[in-house]
Design a protein around this ligand. Structure first.
Ligand code: SF4
Length: 664
């Protein structure tokens, strides 16, 4: 009989979005019976959303993978761990010998701990490849690139806990109520304190409904808006001259670039009347303004949109003080951490050069290669590699142009998938290795506002499933490398020695949810005294608005609060059925196309098509349609056009045509 007096309480961090809420897992007889909020957590402060409170449910799904599988003649057969590791290692070495190390890639990790991502990256480099990346590439790589280049660190410059101190919170391309619900508590406090919320979004989202000012921009025109606002601020002397002269560089060139952006043109291009643009400019000309953003910026106009937005924070001197700064709304529990550690063009200890390679050799016992590897989007959309190891990554559903990704994966000589479930991607693998889920192992994760916290192990994994650290450790040994540990605490200590920006962290602080534990300094605010660029100054980077190459009806994709990414976890949570998104369309577009509410329509792009039920809605701007990204059919339609610099897909800008399906 279950004795509830034997219940233990284990601290953990939510496995879903990047807020990183603190959880208490109630455990009886090696089973998590309930998940409740941890009131001591410095950011979530006793709040969790519906996803957090049911986060333990998928762990007990009937279809957990419990032993290694090998595909033979199209059928998966059970094999032992010994056989799996031996065969995978031997195939990797064979491919390396035949095609060279550049034919091998290691991708994934945003659902993993820092220690797992670090070890995965180290294993790839031990094998001699820099074809490594995480799914941070497909979401906020443009943010990380622009922030690092302009300010010094590719992460939020302030914390969500600062929102309540701000006078104005600007939210661009993000709906907090849908994507990061627990942050809403800070929006409520901001409003109570008399602060204002500005939302920039082509859709009337849940967050836009509570905003004081909603700028319903035309998709793909944010850069024009930001440059026009900058021109207005400079022309009307609404800028912080002292901050600009003492703490920034590049202002004169920037000023010249934005001088041609006018309110009259903005009205036409951005689709917002000039009074609203001026109101926005005046609001952000104050002190204590936080500029925050989500995928609406990065997955349409890429790095340049983020640069243009950060320029506004520099212009108004809103960085480095209480109640001001920049926040990037990250979508997955450790996507910030993964992006910090695993990239094909940088080392974990800095830029990719001989000196840093030699420094790594001293710690690792082998010298990593210095050639620039393929990003995950290049590897999965262009193809050309022969062997891939994917860790908790389901690109067949999550990547744009699904059909193309599937073909690339099918062409591989070796595909290894490490996952707790038989995903659509795992079905294509030669080997599937069953991994432990978040509460069945321990390790640290980095939140969207630089808080690093430890997840403690609550229960054992089922059957023969192993933690990724154990799996990587077995592969490491079998491949003939030395000096690798599967102990998460030891890996954490090595990681913080290697990853310089994490060097200030201590395990004591990381393990105590009531203590702040932020990197690279343990402060909610970055850049109080100086920026972390080589000169110590922030850089204005002028960018020009470029009209999108293709025009027409634009498909935008986004999140809803009850679902999560590819829905592998939510579909395994009791009470949630598999999800089918409607296609939302503005009444004027529906009328023009002769369509009615609930019509069954075929949505086609140059990449593929899918069937949707139409939902006529004023919440969508004329000229665009909207579907939820969690519907697995959506990425048949979303095209694989990439931002030139970051190689991030433009999930929020696909030209489509809509045809009514005739039902007989
Ligand atoms: S807001 Fe995000 S981190 Fe917090 S409980 Fe919800 S899904 Fe989890």
């Amino acid at each position: 009989m279950t004795n509830y007096f034997d219940m233990s309480e284990v601290s953990s961090i939510c496995p879903y979005c990047g807020v990183g809420c603190g959880l208490k897992l109630e455990v009886v007889n090696n089973i998590i019976v309930r998940t409740i909020p941890d009131s001591s957590h410095i950011v979530s402060r006793g709040h969790i959303c519906g996803k957090g409170s049911t986060a333990h449910e998928p762990i007990y799904s009937w279809d957990r993978l419990t032993y290694p599988l090998k595909r033979e003649k199209g059928v998966f057969i059970r094999i032992t761990w010994e056989e799996a590791i031996k065969e995978i290692a031997s195939k990797l070495l064979e491919i390396k010998k035949k095609y060279g190390e550049k034919a091998i890639g290691f991708y994934g990790g945003c659902q993993n701990t820092l220690e797992e991502v670090y070890s995965f990256m180290k294993l790839a480099r031990a094998l001699g490849t820099n074809n490594i990346d995480s799914c941070a590439r497909v979401c906020h790589e443009p943010s990380a690139m622009a922030l690092k280049e302009m300010l010094g660190i590719g992460a939020s410059a302030t914390s969500v806990t600062e929102i309540s101190k701000a006078k104005v919170l600007v939210i661009a391309g993000e709906s907090i109520t849908e994507s990061h619900p627990v942050i809403s508590q800070y929006l409520v406090q901001l409003k109570k304190n008399g602060g204002k919320i500005v939302v920039i979004d082509p859709r009337m989202t849940g967050t836009a409904k509570i905003a004081d000012l909603h700028l319903q921009v035309n998709p793909g025109t944010d850069i024009y808006l930001f440059n026009t606002v900058a021109n207005y601020l400079i022309s009307n002397n609404l800028i912080d001259e002292e901050f600009i002269s003492k703490r920034t560089e590049g202002f004169e060139e920037y000023k010249k670039t934005i001088s041609s952006y006018t309110l009259d043109e903005a009205e036409k291009i951005v689709g917002i009347n000039k009074e609203k643009i001026i109101e926005f400019a005046k609001l952000i000309s104050q002190k204590k303004v936080i500029f925050s953003w989500g995928l609406g910026l990065t997955q349409s106009e890429g790095v340049n949109a983020v640069r243009a937005y950060i320029n506004l924070a520099l212009l108004t001197g809103n960085i480095g003080t209480d109640g001001s700064g920049l926040i990037v709304y990250r979508g997955q529990a450790n996507v910030q951490g993964s992006g910090d550690i695993i990239k094909p063009n940088v080392f974990p200890n800095g830029i990719m050069n001989e000196e840093n390679a030699r420094e790594l050799e001293k710690i690792w016992g082998f010298k990593p290669p210095t050639w620039v590897g393929k990003t995950v989007t290049e590897a999965l959309l262009e193809g050309g590699l022969k062997a891939l190891v994917l860790m908790n990554f389901n690109p067949v559903i999550s990547m744009p142009n699904r059909n193309k990704v599937k073909k690339v994966l099918e062409s591989l000589e070796l595909l290894v998938v490490i996952d707790p479930f038989m995903t659509e991607t795992a079905k294509l693998a030669h080997f599937v290795l069953p991994s432990a889920m978040w509460a069945e192992k321990e390790g640290s994760v980095t939140s969207l506002d630089r808080v690093v916290k430890w997840r403690f192990k609550a229960v054992n994994p089922p059957g023969e499933a192993k933690s990724e650290l154990e799996i990587i450790s077995l592969l490491f040994k079998e491949l003939g490398f030395k000096g690798f540990t599967s102990d998460p605490k030891e890996v954490f200590l090595e990681m913080k020695e290697v990853v310089k920006i994490y060097s200030n962290l201590t395990l004591d602080e990381v393990m105590d949810y009531s203590k702040p534990s932020r990197y690279p300094v343990n402060d909610t605010i970055l850049y109080r005294e100086k920026f972390l660029t080589p000169t110590g100054k922030a850089k204005f980077i002028p960018v020009e608005y470029k009209k999108m190459k293709e025009e027409g009806l634009i498909l935008i994709t986004g999140r809803t609060v009850t679902r999560y990414n590819t829905d592998e976890l939510i579909n395994r949570t009791p009470g949630f059925n598999s999800f089918k998104s409607p296609l939302y369309i503005n009444p004027k577009d529906a009328e023009r196309l002769g369509l009615k509410d609930k019509d069954i329509v075929k949505v086609s792009s140059k990449c593929g098509s899918a069937i949707f039920t139409l939902s006529i809605s004023n919440e969508v701007k004329e000229g665009s349609v909207f579907a939820y990204m969690h519907d697995p059919n959506v990425n048949y339609v979303v095209c694989d056009s990439l931002d030139e610099e970051s190689k991030t897909p433009k999930y929020k800008y696909t030209i489509v045509k809509i045809d009514k399906v005739k039902l007989y």
